[in-house]
Write a protein that binds this ligand. Structure first.
Ligand SMILES: Cc1cc2nc3c(=O)[nH]c(=O)nc-3n(C[C@H](O)[C@H](O)[C@H](O)COP(=O)(O)O)c2cc1C
Length: 342
């Protein structure tokens, strides 16, 4: 079923890079895995729009539920390849489960993987043993280089602007991308803060291979979340997020809501272990109260400032089309705006 063959035949799209070749996709855009929200409808929408998406196994109750999601996604993409995100957790036990999810995904025919977290070496080896390809997402060039040495086929560098967990990195995506090109040999995608096609044009113009996008896509119709939460997203500007929990070594960039304010206050007051935060950090609160009930003031709701580019809830394919049109327009206008002296 899903994705035994990474080649989708003829490439069609304005931009062809090492990443589109590697993933067999039309556009150099990856929809990064989204905890709770990378469900089959959303991931299939990404794939059907010519991008790559990744189902997040941690979002499912158990292996059968995850496998059912894989089967549903394969139906929705009509057999086109889609991916799975394997996030290694820094703090909990539970990384044993990652190998089990990999096994389930490979058995279902998935061959495209996004990994994240520390020490992906064994995971990368097992993905390759199963015939898969892997992009490892890192928040520092040091970790990207380690993943490259471990055999990653591509890396994504995510800046401190990214929604979710940008690690302890304090550097922005633009700087990481420019620095990485002199050091990393495999294809490089850049994530964090990307929500407009002109940013995609900028990274392609530098010779980078693609973009990883999460926050900008949250207002897609295909993201299965409450309309009240999406309505709030549309109203957010670039100051709507906050990065907390750096003091625990696990920075988390989230929507600035009541829960985030409580967490920030506890952190300011000296809370220095997870227990001190009670159940404020429990992702099931986010799932139940924000995503299911629309009470966006509650739960730690991963989000980055690129949400400021989202102006309406719309089909994912339209967001992708807009990003591409903006990127193309940016290249087209270069000749008019910049005179290069010979
Ligand atoms: C709601 C949400 C959930 C996320 N969950 C995960 C996850 O489970 N695993 C992961 O590797 N990255 C996760 N991320 C990070 C994204 O995959 C992606 O790297 C990031 O969103 C890119 O930056 P941007 O938000 O500025 O577009 C999440 C991001 C968001 C916004």
């Amino acid at each position: 079923m899903a994705g035994g063959d990474p080649s989708r035949g003829q490439h069609s799209g304005p931009f062809r890079t090492r990443l589109t070749e590697l993933f067999g996709i039309d556009h150099p855009i990856l929809g990064g895995g989204l905890m709770w929200l990378s469900q089959p409808r959303y991931v299939a929408a990404l794939v059907n729009a010519g991008c790559m998406g990744f189902i997040t196994p941690r979002s499912f109750e158990d292996r059968p539920a995850f496998e059912a999601a894989l089967r549903q996604c394969a139906l929705l993409t009509e057999g086109r390849p889609f991916g799975v995100n394997l996030t290694l957790s820094g703090r909990s036990a539970g990384n044993d489960a990652v190998l089990d999810w990999l096994d389930a995904a490979l058995r279902c025919g998935v061959r495209h993987f996004e990994t994240a977290g520390r020490g992906p070496g064994e995971l990368i080896r097992r993905i390759h043993d199963g015939g898969g390809i892997v992009l490892h997402k890192a928040s520092s060039i040091r970790h990207a280089l380690a993943a490259e040495r471990d055999g990653a086929d591509a890396v994504a560098l995510v800046g401190m602007e990214e929604g979710g967990h940008p690690g302890l990195n304090e550097l922005p995506s633009m700087l990481l991308g420019a620095l990485a090109q002199d050091r990393v040999r495999v294809p490089i995608a850049i994530g964090g803060g990307i929500g407009h096609g002109r940013q995609i044009a900028a990274l392609l113009a530098q010779g980078l291979d693609g973009a990883v996008i999460g926050s900008r896509f949250l207002v897609s119709e295909e993201v299965e979340a409450h309309p009240a939460y999406k309505r709030h997203l549309v109203e957010c500007d670039e100051h709507a997020t906050v990065a907390v929990l750096r003091s625990l070594g696990n920075t988390w960039r989230v929507l600035r809501n009541a829960t985030a304010e409580q967490v920030a206050a506890l952190e300011r007051d000296g809370a220095r272990d997870y227990a001190a935060y009670g159940d404020l950090l429990d992702g099931r609160n986010t799932r139940d109260r924000c995503y299911r009930e629309g009470q966006w003031q509650h739960g730690m709701v991963s989000l980055g400032p690129s949400i400021a580019f989202a102006r309406r809830v719309e089909p994912l394919a339209e967001i992708v089309a807009t990003l591409l049109a903006e990127a193309v327009a940016c290249f087209d206008s270069l000749d008019h705006r910049i005179r290069v002296k010979s």
